[in-house]
Design a protein around this ligand. Structure first.
Ligand code: CDP
Length: 225
């Protein structure tokens, strides 16, 4: 019987976490949880319910009643906010910015971490985010920290947008990535940071298959130990 590990993958925006985690989950038959999608869904929820980010009581009420579900689908996970499929809406630029703004708020993080720990409590899960190895699962069986230079990351986002029929100027993408990394790294609570025991992987010159194979071989070694 294979061991059912908790695998944490953290790193800055567009460093290759989600593509790698998704493929890895398929190979290992694990559940993949994109925790960024949860912050994105929370951000969208404030918009839909007209909740001001500075109004802690309203925010608390929103969080007490929020339902965020991530469902596996062959072509990418579906994200449901209060039973509505918001998978596409949460990838839009306004929500990307809002997700990073809402992610600095303590009560929001507490709620998301609580949900994430519940999902991962029985193992067999790969979570990607910013604080999985440092805060959500500090005792995760494996921790990886993925980085890539900003030009590589921007060109990945450019290609993704193009595949969705959108042409966004490269400098606009770069600016957004730099702003978000700074905002995520400099916040007081659970900043984006490499856990001291995480394995760093620079994906700048790597293909997706290489990234997946590298992590897969580390985990397989552990499974057989
Ligand atoms: O996919 P991408 O790298 O663009 O971002 P994401 O993983 O979807 O995360 C969106 C935003 O959510 C990030 O910029 C962070 O501000 C926040 N986030 C976080 O604070 N903690 C996490 N565990 C995951 C995401």
């Amino acid at each position: 019987m294979n061991k059912r590990f908790v695998i944490a993958i953290d790193g800055p925006a567009a460093s290759g976490k989600s593509t790698t985690a998704k493929q890895l989950a398929r190979k290992l038959k694990y559940v993949y949880i994109d925790t960024g999608a949860m912050y994105r869904a929370s951000g969208l929820c404030t918009l839909l319910q007209n909740v001001n980010l500075n109004d802690e009581a309203a925010l608390k009420n929103m969080l007490d009643n929020i339902s965020i579900k991530i469902e596996y689908a062959e072509d990418g996970n579906r994200v449901y906010l209060n039973d509505k499929n918001v998978s596409e809406r949460i990838r839009e630029a306004d929500i990307t910015k809002l997700s990073s703004q809402i992610a600095v708020i303590r009560i929001v993080r507490e709620k998301m971490v609580e949900l994430q720990r519940k999902i991962g409590e029985n193992g067999g899960v790969i979570m990607d985010g910013r604080d999985i190895g440092t805060v959500v699962f500090p005792n995760a069986d494996y921790k990886f920290f993925m980085i890539a230079d900003v030009k590589t990351r921007a060109s990945r986002r450019w290609k993704e947008a193009k595949e969705n029929g959108e042409i966004i100027p490269m400098d606009e993408i770069e600016e957004e990535l730099i702003w978000r990394d700074e905002n995520d790294s400099n916040r007081e609570i659970s900043p984006l940071k490499q856990a001291t025991d995480a394995i760093p992987i620079d994906t700048s010159g790597m293909s997706i298959d290489e990234q997946v194979d590298m992590i897969y071989s580390v985990i397989k070694r552990g499974e057989n130990a």
